[in-house]
Design a protein around this ligand. Structure first.
Ligand code: GLY
Length: 400
């Protein structure tokens, strides 16, 4: 039996609960509809507080609800996904207004000292370019790709993740999440014919593969390079439990991120690394298939789950099955994705906008700083909806 691009055979179907895809999508759309009223022209904050999103707080020169930090485009991305699911102009119109905000942000270089330009501009501007051919979106995304290139340290072959390029605490540091920022560069090479973008992205992804994946296929969250000599230095966590533990979301970023790099380069190393990191992730899940916030925690732990990591991992696994030949291995990843998505829909998704305006509950932003612990997150919501869209529409064209 076919359900979107997840094949469910009769044996696995009997042994596991069924994903009610229609209901999951209806719940998500109801919440988005409600948020469309609250956040018509403003951006929600990164995470909920007691399961409710409020507008991004005023900070410095930023007015309440304005477009700063790394997560705003996940709201825009959800609007594009809702538009694709329904064809309704209300989502498209709202998302198109965001293009103006993102164009202004990059033209005026507002809060752009970050590698997260990839997350921001793939969803807010490459998506509309792909869906509607919007030229302003294309131009803004190319400006963002150029800005991202200023963070490339040639000698080390890496793109610096955070902060000012001359900040000694951040210079030469990258993080595993960066893999999702590389598609903007590959896309820029496709658009312009200038291979510099894709070359930088490829070197960066290869450095992440070589130095940030440990021999047991776990990931460092962050890693430093000496930008003068190019030498790799050491790994450190920021949001994981310990420097030598495996932050669950980092592992999920690795699964999906290497697949996206594989999609553009067809370098088999990336597909293989995605598989290895997926195998570690899947081998360290509790019974309900949704990881604790660090994979060091096992079944029965009192620690919080990170449902956002699960949503990212599902997207990664669904991408992986597109690239594997038919057979038991492909089936294993499909089944794992289905179980994880089913658990998210049944046990973690919200379906009452009055009680929560998040799509997905029980994520962790940063346990170490007690930020967004056991809350909804914009990225968790986005990737959950992307997973539902991927399941509904075979051959969904990626925004990444
Ligand atoms: N990219 C930041 C995070 O995953 O929290």
């Amino acid at each position: 039996m076919e359900q979107g691009n997840i094949t469910i055979d009769s044996t696995t179907k009997q042994n596991s609960p069924k994903l009610d895809l229609d209901r999951a999508i209806q719940c998500a759309l109801a919440t988005i509809d409600s948020n469309l009223v609250t956040f018509a022209d403003t951006f929600p904050n990164d995470t909920t507080v007691n399961n409710i999103y409020y507008p991004r707080p005023a900070r410095g020169n930023f007015a309440e609800g304005s477009n700063y930090e790394w997560t705003t485009s996940f709201w825009t991305g959800m609007l594009w996904l809702a538009y694709e699911l329904t064809g309704s102009a209300k989502y498209r119109q709202a998302a198109e207004r965001h293009i103006l905000s993102f164009a202004e942000r990059i033209e005026q270089k507002i809060d752009v000292d970050t590698h997260d330009l990839g997350f921001l501009y793939s969803l807010a501007c490459v998506a509309p370019w792909r869906l509607t051919g919007d030229e302003q979106a294309r131009g803004a995304a190319l400006l963002a790709a150029n800005q991202l290139m200023t963070r490339y340290h040639e000698k080390a072959g890496i793109i610096q993740a955070w902060g000012d390029l001359n900040d000694p605490a951040q210079r030469g540091r990258t993080i595993v999440d960066s893999l999702l920022n590389m598609p903007l560069l590959y896309w820029a090479s496709e658009m312009t014919g200038d291979s510099r973008f894709a070359t930088a992205a490829y070197h960066h992804a290869m450095q992440v593969h070589t130095h940030m994946i440990r021999p047991d296929n776990t990931t460092y969250h962050t890693f430093y390079w000496d930008t003068e000599s190019g030498e790799p230095l050491y790994g450190r966590t920021a949001q994981g439990y310990a420097d030598d533990s495996c932050w669950a979301r980092g592992q999920a970023w690795s699964i999906y991120g290497f697949l996206l790099n594989y999609r553009y380069t067809r370098d088999a190393t990336f597909l293989e690394t995605a598989r290895k990191t997926a195998d570690y992730y899947l081998a360290n899940l509790p019974e309900d298939h949704v990881a604790y916030w660090d994979l060091v925690f096992k079944e029965g732990s009192q620690e919080e789950r990170d449902s956002s990591a699960a949503a990212i991992a599902v997207c990664g696994l669904l991408e992986m099955v597109q690239w594997l030949p038919d057979g038991p291995e492909r089936q294993r990843y499909e089944t794992a994705a289905r179980k994880m998505l089913t658990s998210l829909a049944q046990n973690y998704a919200a379906c009452d906008p009055a009680a929560s305006n998040a799509l997905l509950l029980h994520s962790v932003y940063d346990k170490n700083t007690n930020r967004g612990v056991d809350e909804g997150t914009l990225w968790g919501d986005y990737f959950y909806l992307e997973a539902l869209v991927r399941t509904r529409h075979q051959n969904w064209q990626l925004y990444w």
